[in-house]
Design a binder for this molecule. Structure first.
Ligand SMILES: [Zn+2]
Length: 297
């Protein structure tokens, strides 16, 4: 059954008042543009895990989290339209790029040596929703899908045997520290959201994924080095209830790194925008823009 063209076309969601959501924005403040996307033909059984209300609530909580760190989030659009059902569920990256964690370098160094590369189906799904408008590379695009799977390798015998695991994500941020500049530039701001009800802390999923993208760090907090998943309280970048974005070496420079993000701009009275400098080395963790704001470990 083919949907007619009018239903397929992506356009503003009729139930979302973008202007009202942005009513609290103050000109002259540091700002990040965020666009939300919600396909109108997802399976009905997926609706209870992600829907318009949950997306808007997650965005509202993210606004609070980042406002506490002196950055405001502007909703540029909330679009809906038809998505090819073959893209409802995707693998995030091409197989074999994300190697087991090495013993000789930390995960950020290793990711720079072997950047993750998005899968063809991920790229097609993102292109069909986000497109390639001018300035697209300076917007964080939060797209809804039904399932996004990522590979990782569980050590079974120390330093010798690894077992590939496939994780179904609730949100995935495709961050610079994993991908560098391997994502086509108009799509580099993409974040997938697939489940906003998985745990009692799922209200912070959108803020947390924005944290990966904008702080450009993995799951780390104070003296705890990054790991794949950390189920603990403490900071925005753990899976617990924390939302802090802390500064200084004690806070792993999260606040300072956020404020270096190339997605941040300030808008003058006349509407002209001044963006932060772009990444210099592809956007990995140790990119030159973060000089003095990266941890050695
Ligand atoms: Zn995470």
């Amino acid at each position: 059954m083919a949907a007619d063209d009018a239903t397929r076309k992506w356009a503003a969601h009729p139930d979302v008042d973008v202007e009202a959501i942005n009513a609290d924005l103050v000109s002259g403040r540091k700002t990040v543009d965020v666009a939300l996307y919600y396909p109108n033909n997802l399976d009905e059984r997926h609706h209870s895990t992600v829907n318009v209300e949950l997306l808007l609530e997650g965005f509202a909580r993210a606004k609070e989290v980042f406002a506490a760190a002196d950055v405001q989030l502007k909703l540029t659009k909330f679009d809906t339209g038809w998505l090819s059902p073959s893209h409802f569920a995707i693998k995030a990256s091409k197989r074999g790029r994300d190697l087991p964690m090495g013993r000789f370098s930390n995960m950020y160094v290793q990711a720079e040596q072997h950047p993750a590369v998005i899968s063809d189906e991920a790229q097609e799904a993102f292109e069909s929703m986000i497109g390639d408008e001018p300035g697209s590379d300076l917007v964080v695009h939060v797209v809804t899908l039904q399932a996004v799977f990522m590979d990782y390798y569980e050590p079974v015998v120390e330093g010798r045997v690894y077992q590939p695991q496939v994780i179904e994500t609730g949100g995935l941020s495709f961050p610079g520290y994993m991908h560098g500049d391997t994502i086509p530039r108009p799509l580099r701001g993409v974040i997938t959201i697939t489940n906003l009800t998985r745990t009692e802390n799922s209200w912070k999923t959108i803020a947390h994924e924005l944290g990966h993208k904008l702080l450009n760090v993995s799951h780390e907090y104070r003296d705890i080095d990054p790991q794949h998943e950390v189920l603990a309280d403490g900071g925005l970048m753990f899976y617990g209830s924390g939302t802090e974005i802390e500064s200084g070496p004690e806070g792993r420079y999260h606040y300072e790194r956020l404020h270096k993000s190339p997605f941040i701009y300030t808008e003058a009275e006349d509407g002209s925008r001044a963006y932060n400098l772009d990444y210099e080395g592809g956007g990995f963790y140790y990119d030159d823009i973060y000089e003095g704001m990266s941890m050695e470990f």
